[in-house]
Design a protein around this ligand. Structure first.
Ligand code: CMC
Length: 427
């Protein structure tokens, strides 16, 4: 594509600038389209629309590539740590040893939540879904941390970002503890980000909690795999909420609400439930037939992706991690065999081949999380915990963008045209 695209609307031809990113498809700039032609574009689901400029994360869905600030997700999952990835996403470059140490220190010192926030939990039913609790409690943070809600102040923005990354594991663990009726466990500054989360979730005050290094590493890697994923539904929600000037805690709560849906973050929970429903490999063909049946709403959860038309690179790492966790915990969930067989059968089926439906990040994650001891309701909470850095980094990028405007899409109106009100007595 050249530097200009030509568009003919109602006999009028206009030139539209073509923008080039550092890599990836060219983008046709239609910002002046309405002014020049009086027409809007129509793209529900944004399948062909770039909503912003971003230097954070790049995905090549056809090739199955995911880069954070240019670094491949496989390398980060293998060689980095979650907090280093957080630093990278927030600051653009990998930290030096000293920078990383300072960042880890800052995050660790922000892990406690205002003591009064604890009483907030008791307003929820014990059997509430933890994502419902997360929406409420994270939204409530703006009522507790007034000193970091002025979005025009870069220092306050940075403090809010650190607070959110640091407090999410504490709040997530509290949501779990509340649901099982156990006391909240305070953060332990000696532990790593992942180790601390495991202790706050599974530890009890009556006993010493020993972090199993292989599980801690797996947890950290799962966090890395979920850290960011460019303009997905929840991230776009955070950006849209933030575009009005809303405070960061409110924006992240909006992201959590969006992530909860089964087509997005809720898919990991739905996937494990599906694998349990399938049970044994002999039942797989029946479920594959159901997934292919247009008259049946059933879909293979953990399969397919809006962007990936190839193997999701996160699913590759996730599959390897299953074995590591099983070895460390000396467990072997037969559902893993079912999942492997399901993947094999689906990937040799013409329906899935033609539609380029491959396992996504959620396909194997539930098996690992279940082996570690998390109930299915907590799966999406863990996704939210890890994605918080992506949301926060994207939000910061948006606020710092001089071209940023309030998000305000237009529509194709198909309702009634103007008509006169009919009094009730005449209807
Ligand atoms: N099982 C069976 N058929 C499927 C599936 C599936 N999992 N996914 C897509 N299809 C079919 C779909 O029926 C459609 O067929 P047709 O063209 O004949 O109408 C075609 O593939 C394209 O699907 P689509 O719904 O138009 O694609 P989309 O880009 O709007 O949806 C998706 C992407 C992720 C919502 C969808 O693949 C899906 O529902 N997958 C299951 C849920 C899931 O695993 N979600 C997690 C996504 S990764 C984590 C995250 O980002 O949150």
């Amino acid at each position: 594509m050249g530097d200009q695209a030509k568009l003919s609307v109602g006999g009028k031809e206009i030139d539209l600038p073509v923008l080039k990113g550092s890599v990836g498809p060219d983008v046709i700039d239609i910002r002046k389209l309405y002014a020049q032609t009086g027409a809007f574009t129509y793209d529900p689901g944004f399948t062909s629309t770039g909503s912003c400029e971003s230097a954070l994360t790049y995905i090549d869905g056809d090739e199955g590539v995911l880069l954070h600030r240019g670094y491949p997700i496989g390398q980060l999952a293998e060689q980095s740590s979650f907090l280093e990835v957080c630093y990278l996403l927030l600051n653009g470059e990998l930290p030096s040893q000293a920078e990383l140490g300072k960042f880890e220190h800052t995050i660790t010192r922000h892990t406690m939540v205002h003591e009064q926030l604890s009483s907030f939990f008791s307003g929820f039913r014990r059997d509430a879904h933890p994502m419902a609790v997360m929406c409420g409690v994270v939204g409530a943070l703006s009522a507790f941390y007034h000193d970091s809600t002025d979005i025009s102040d870069p220092v306050q923005r940075r403090i809010a970002s650190h607070r959110l990354i640091a407090k999410m594991p504490t709040i997530a663990a509290m949501a779990y503890k509340y649901s099982v009726g156990q006391p909240f466990v305070y953060p332990d500054n000696k532990l790593s980000y992942a180790g601390n989360f495991l202790k706050m979730t599974f530890g009890v005050p009556a006993e010493e909690y020993e972090v199993i290094p292989a599980v801690e590493k797996a947890m950290d890697r799962i966090f890395i795999l979920h850290a960011d994923h460019e303009q997905n539904a929840s991230t776009s929600t955070v950006r849209l909420a933030g575009s009005s000037g809303a405070n960061p805690f409110a924006c992240i709560a909006a992201g959590i609400a969006c992530l909860w849906g089964p087509a997005h973050g809720g898919a990991n929970e739905a996937c494990l439930n599906m694998l349990r429903e399938i049970g044994t490999p002999d039942k797989i063909p029946h479920f594959i037939e159901r997934a292919k049946d247009k008259n049946d709403p059933f879909r293979l959860m953990g399969f397919g992706h809006r962007v990936y038309k190839n193997y999701d690179p996160r699913a590759t790492v996730m599959q390897q991690t299953v074995r590591e966790v099983f070895d460390a915990l000396k467990v072997n969930d037969p559902l893993f065999e079912t999942a492997l067989r399901l993947e094999e059968l689906a990937r040799s089926d013409p329906y899935f081949i033609e539609k380029k439906l491959f396992p996504n990040v959620d396909f194997y994650s539930g098996i690992i999380l279940s082996a570690i001891g998390f109930p299915t309701e907590m799966f999406t909470v863990l996704f939210a915990l890890a994605r918080t850095v992506g949301w926060v980094a994207q939000w910061n990028e948006m606020i710092g963008d001089p071209g940023q405007k309030i998000g305000r899409p237009r529509q194709l109106y198909t309702g009634p045209t103007e008509r006169d009100y009919v009094p009730l007595s005449a209807r």
